[in-house]
Each structure stands twice: as C-alpha cells, then as structure tokens.
Design a protein around this ligand. Structure first.
Ligand code: TRP
Ligand code: SF4
Length: 327
C-alpha cells in the first residue's frame, strides 16, 4: 500500500524563505512519491492566538496562496483545513482522555514556548494539550511519514507514544509514525536568529524584489571584515548560509574568495539578492495571479476538506467501535 504523508502549518501570517527551504520544497517533492495530506492547522493557531483570532480566515487564504505558488498541487495532494474536518476535534477529546498529564508536562517544546512567547498567556488547558491535537492530526489519516523540523520532534515522539497507548487499551489500530526531518531548516533570519515572523527578521515569499534586496543589504556579515580585502569567515556569516541555500553551485567558490579576501561583502550580497529573486520569480508571479481568484482557492479547500473528511470519518468509525461505544 502506498504510504501516507501528513504535515501541517499554523496559519499565523505570511510564509517566508525559512518555510520554503525548510518545508515547502520538501512537501512538493513528496507529492510524487506518496499520498500527501497538507493541513492548515487553524485549531493549533487558535491555541496560542485565541485572544486575537480575527485574522484566522485571512491567514488561511494567504497560506494556501503561498502553498500553491510554491508548487503544492491540489491534483496530487489533499489540501485541507483542520477546523473544517470535525473528526480532529473528536479524536483530540478521545486521545486527551488516555494521555497522562506527565507526558505533556515533560514536553520540552511546551516549556520553551511558554518561556519564549511571554506576551501570550499560554497557561491554558488547550495549550498543554497541543501535542495531543497534533497526534490526532496524524493518526486520523494513519499517516506513517511526517515531514517536520527538529523543533517538532518531541511532538512526534508523543504521537508515537499515544498511538502505542491506544493500541494497548483497545485493539491494534495505529502504526507509530516516523518523522521525516528536513535538513535545510537552519536558514537564519536577517538578524542571525532563526527566521520567524515574530522576530521581524524574515524575507517573505511575497516580498518584492526591491524589499528583498534591501533586507539582504542590511544584513550583518562577518564582523571581522572591514575592507573587501580582509580575510573573511563564511562559517560565521549569515549571508553565506543563504548562499548555500540559494546559490549552491557557487557556494564553494564564494567561500574561498571570502576566506582569501577576494570578494567584497557588497558584491557577495548583490549576487545573493539576484539568486533569491530569480529563485522566487515564478513563485511570486504565480502568487499574484492566484491572489485574484478567491473562488478558486475556496474551491480547492472545500474539495480537500471533503476528501480529508471521508478518510477521517472512516478512521473515527473504526475507533468508536474499538473503544466500545454504542454503534
Ligand atoms: N505543530 C506544527 C507546527 O507548529 C504544525 C502541525 C499541526 C503539524 N499538526 C501537525 C505538523 C501534524 C505535522 C503534523 O509546525
Ligand atoms: Fe559573508 Fe560574503 Fe562577506 Fe564573506 S564576502 S563575509 S560570505 S557577505
């Protein structure tokens, strides 16, 4: 049987180059090998944004736009919205009943997010249960391959434990899924921290060519370099990480030129900006076209929601029976 892939993203704003390199390029390749489900995790977004949720619907549209523009293909993959497939909420309740609190309290991602996102009150029941909802997302479709970044590994480990616990109490139903790690997820933001909308350091997929150039121009390079002839250290330079991601063919040579003081940072940045802009040209154009047609986007979503609901409904029926509910 062809293996099933499931992954998701929270619709919290426009996607950036980190999403492109860390997830979407990989999602696109998987479409030709597996049956892929790509989910807009709006319930997950609500768990942290519940106090200001008015942009959820708009963010959902913007995210689909970015996905489609980057080559996620509705003819190959099921693109759907979590809140529209009601089984997610149902399985979440069931799994929350069997998941020990200690497993959730130990989750390192949980502890880290509480610390990092101090502007939000995340001391809620729902947020503690975030990984249970995620486990449900995966198990509902019996997906066995889950493309994620390393930050999501603890959630996948919990999914595997929850799957085993379900199998133990009821009948064997789920195969514990495997993570598919994306190697290139280390793209820094323009300030050197992880690229993230909330750090205000991102280059967005839909940024204009000028805006992209400006952001690159403002980036700090190897601080030891004052003159273009100073010997540089590409290994500590953020521009160089981008060169590897967007200009791989020339990266080796740029590394040498920089180490020998034979290329200036301005030249290096100009070359990078044009590589990024070339790589994104088609994507940006496609996005502009798609943006005009909301109806097309909502049709794709309703189609995906329908297909996902069918699979999810079948799994839920099996689960209800195994748990022993009145049929
Ligand atoms: N928690 C994931 C993130 O923030 C998003 C997500 C929700 C997800 N459900 C999922 C990822 C299921 C993989 C599988 O990135
Ligand atoms: Fe970084 Fe390029 Fe400058 Fe070297 S030449 S320090 S890689 S920007």
């Amino acid at each position: 049987m062809i293996k099933r892939v499931l992954s998701g993203m929270r619709p919290t704003g426009n996607l950036h180059l980190g999403h492109l390199k860390g997830a979407l390029e990989n999602w696109q390749l998987l479409q030709d090998k597996y049956e892929c489900l790509y989910m807009i995790a709006d319930w997950h977004a609500l768990m942290s944004e519940y106090a200001s949720s008015k942009d959820l619907a708009e963010n959902t549209y913007q995210m689909i736009l970015d996905w489609l523009a980057c080559g996620i293909n509705p003819e190959k993959s099921i693109i759907f919205c979590q809140s529209k497939v009601f089984s997610h909420a149902e399985l979440y309740l069931l799994l929350s009943i069997i998941t020990p609190l200690g497993w959730l309290e130990r989750n390192p991602t949980y502890k880290e997010q509480i610390k990092e996102l101090q502007n939000l009150d995340l001391s809620t029941h729902g947020f503690l249960g975030y990984p249970i909802l995620q486990a449900g997302d995966i198990l509902l479709y019996k997906a066995t391959i889950v493309p994620i970044g390393v930050d999501q590994l603890p959630h996948l480990e919990l999914t595997r434990e929850i799957a085993r616990r379900f199998n133990h109490f009821y009948k064997k139903t789920f195969e514990p899924p495997e993570a598919l790690l994306t190697e290139t997820s280390k793209l820094p933001g323009i300030d050197g921290r992880k690229m993230s909308k909330s750090y205000n350091n991102a280059i967005f997929i839909q940024d204009s060519e000028d805006a992209t150039e400006k952001k690159i121009r403002a980036m700090i390079t190897d601080p030891a370099r004052i003159h273009p002839t100073d010997k540089g250290h590409p290994d500590v330079c953020n521009i160089f990480s981008f060169q590897v991601a967007f200009n791989l063919k020339r990266a080796k040579e740029i590394e040498l030129l920089c180490q020998e003081g034979r290329i200036g940072c301005v030249t290096c940045k100009n070359e990078l900006s044009s590589c990024i802009n070339i790589a994104l040209k088609e994507i940006r154009e496609k996005r502009k076209v798609l943006e005009q047609d909301r109806k097309y986007l909502s049709d794709i979503l309703s189609e995906g929601n329908k297909k996902a609901s069918k699979i999810a409904g079948e799994t839920m029926a099996e689960i209800r029976e195994k748990v022993g509910f009145y049929q």
